[in-house]
Design a protein around this ligand. Structure first.
Ligand code: SAM
Length: 258
């Protein structure tokens, strides 16, 4: 099959063809016996390795691939090691948990919705860990620590639920077709879930202009005197930039200003 022609850009199809990186992902999987949810199994290269380790539920939007997978993995499907759900994973998710049991999310995510999927998984209390291949920039935004240039609203949300780190980078040549960007494998080990829409909205305001002063961003939505008071109480530098405040400071600011 000519994968270059077969791949549908609309669905972010870059197939992982490197055995080396597939094995690295398997070695990085959290050590528990929970079911694995794979989003976008594609041609099933990673799926084949995952079902050697765990029971898997895989969500694939492309009907051509769903057909291919149901033939390729007929035996595993009959044995119950693998369930293929055809359709857009975001529609399956709705506002609840993706499945009715605890699970690990492991996937080479389509770039165009990777941030949305990770945000959904952070909120999903049944999701216990997230091991995903994403564009390096996105991985940096989720895993950055306070004071790093990349520290963002996404970093605050990820650190609110547990530990986020980049495990390794993946060369573009590991995929067919070759993407224009470098990818990274991001691991978020969740200790809890975060599903506070108000806090997310608050962070959007705080990081609206990431290089401006945090107090200036906050003043777009909140009372200036209230901001000055809480800055004094927390002994914050008036020139503090959004990336320089810690996750706990964001929670204190939110609780006072909301
Ligand atoms: N896992 C395969 C691999 O590593 O070779 C394919 C990864 S490819 C980057 C992303 C996959 O996600 C594609 O198979 C694509 O069709 C699928 N996909 C894209 N959008 C999706 C959605 N909304 N719901 C479920 N799957 C989706």
């Amino acid at each position: 099959m000519d994968l270059e022609k077969f791949a549908n850009k609309r669905y972010g199809q870059n197939f992982l063809k490197s055995d080396y990186y597939k094995q690295k992902i398997i070695q990085t999987m959290p050590k528990n016996s929970l079911r694995v949810v794979e989003i976008g199994p594609g041609l099933g290269d990673l799926t084949k390795e995952l079902i050697k380790e765990r029971e898997v539920i895989a969500y694939e939007v492309d009907k051509r691939l769903c057909e291919h997978l149901s033939i390729e993995f007929q035996d595993s499907i009959i044995q119950g090691n693998l369930v293929i759900k055809c359709g857009d994973v975001l529609e399956h998710w709705g506002s609840n948990s993706l499945i009715d049991e605890d699970y690990n999310l492991i996937a080479n995510l389509p770039y165009y919705i990777s941030t949305n999927i990770i945000l959904k998984a952070l909120k999903d209390e049944r999701c216990k860990s997230i091991l995903v291949m994403v564009q390096k920039e996105v991985a940096l935004k989720f895993s950055a620590k306070s004071k790093a240039r990349e520290f963002s609203a996404l970093s605050v949300l990820a650190s609110s639920v547990g530990d986020a780190k980049i495990c390794f980078d993946v060369d573009p040549e590991a995929f067919v077709p070759v993407p224009k960007v470098t990818s990274s494998v991001l691991l978020i080990e969740k200790k809890r879930s975060q599903d506070n829409k108000e806090f997310e909205e608050f962070l959007k305001v705080a990081f609206r202009q990431p290089r401006k002063k945090l107090s200036k961003n906050l003043s777009l939505k909140f009372n200036k005197d209230k901001i000055d008071n809480i800055y004094q109480k927390l002994e914050l530098n008036p020139n503090l930039r959004p990336h320089e405040a810690s996750t706990s400071i964001y929670y204190e600011l939110f609780e006072t200003l909301k």
